[in-house]
Ligand binder design. Structure first.
Ligand SMILES: [Zn+2]
Ligand SMILES: [Zn+2]
Length: 316
């Protein structure tokens, strides 16, 4: 499919508040609000133009369309990289790893179809809740689209990059297999058939059969255990992977009790939010950290692939 300038094919990250420089090395263009690349590099990277500086652009085919998802590993000196590292470190609230280090951040540029599906869903929610005073006044203190973290398993090795964002010589490119949790989400989105399948053997679904996201990467760390690998360059460290996702939470319902059988938010809501201290269950206690669940696969899209490393973890 040709890349269209039509707005339904462009992903607006209205969760980004700072205006940063385009992260392509040497580019001096300041990004407009909600974008991750300047116009020129947006087209160049998605079309894999060859005259780009030495970038390690990764293009992987989706399994259900003749389209590609593009991963763009960020240079570690780009403003976007340092800004994301600061957010991840600040939001890593639970002290569950020692000597945390961010190894790689790659922007995920979804296929045109994925972006269109997400944008249409987002627009539908915004229109549905437009007259809703709760949302308008933001009484829940939530935005309608949030950037949240998702942890899942990864069968293949993590992408490891150099300081300038190029793949390290011993780094593999992602496997692209839909049974690999991380690759599956990146290439094919959130799959309802995979709910409850994880490397932890964890079947408890506190807020029901949905897709789970956390404001704190330290919480998503628990769920990405199946992505844990020995660091290929440092035997004293382990690596794991998180996906930073845009999630159209719309109007979240604040749940107080466990609802393992839930398959949708209550009428009038778009997602379910579990706050700290709520949703106590026998054997699992209350929530120690907040989480969101959405039940519609169109409600979330992965936008950043993050590899981190640590020397030990208290979680598992
Ligand atoms: Zn640029
Ligand atoms: Zn994979």
């Amino acid at each position: 499919m040709a890349i269209s300038s039509s707005s339904c094919y462009s992903l607006v990250l209205n969760t980004e508040t700072k205006t940063l420089l385009c992260p392509v090395p040497g580019c001096k263009t300041r990004l407009t609000s909600g974008t991750r690349l300047c116009d020129e590099h947006s087209v160049a990277i998605l079309q894999e133009r060859k005259d780009l500086p030495n970038l390690s652009i990764i293009r992987l085919p989706t399994s259900n369309t003749n389209e590609f998802v593009t991963l763009f590993p960020l240079s570690k000196s780009s403003e976007r990289y340092t800004s994301l590292v600061t957010s991840i470190m600040n939001d890593w609230k639970k002290q569950n790893v020692t000597d945390l280090k961010i190894e790689t951040i790659a922007e995920i540029h979804p296929s045109p179809s994925q972006t269109k599906t997400f944008n249409e869903y987002k627009t539908m929610i915004l229109n549905t809740r437009n007259d809703d005073d709760d949302v308008k006044d933001n009484v829940y203190n939530h935005n309608k689209v949030m950037a949240l973290y998702h942890g899942t398993h990864q069968h293949c090795d993590p992408l490891l990059t150099t300081e300038n964002g190029q793949l390290q010589s011993n780094s593999q490119v992602l496997c692209g297999n839909s049974n690999c949790g991380v690759c599956g989400v990146i290439l094919n989105g959130f799959d309802p058939n995979k709910i409850g399948q994880n490397a932890r053997g964890e079947t408890f679904q506190r807020l029901g059969k949905g897709f789970y996201f956390a404001p704190h990467p330290s919480k998503a760390h628990y769920y990405s255990r199946g992505a844990q690998k020995c660091h290929s360059n440092d035997p004293t460290r382990k690596t794991q992977v998180l996906l930073r996702c845009l999630v159209a939470v719309g109007k979240p319902y604040h749940e107080n009790v466990v609802q393992p059988k839930k398959t949708a938010p209550p009428e009038g809501y778009d997602s379910v939010y579990g706050a700290i201290g709520t949703c106590k269950s026998r054997g699992h206690g209350p929530l120690n950290w907040p989480e969101y669940a959405v039940y519609d696969p169109r409600a979330a899209i992965a936008v950043d692939y993050i590899v981190y490393s640590y020397t030990s973890t208290s979680e598992f």
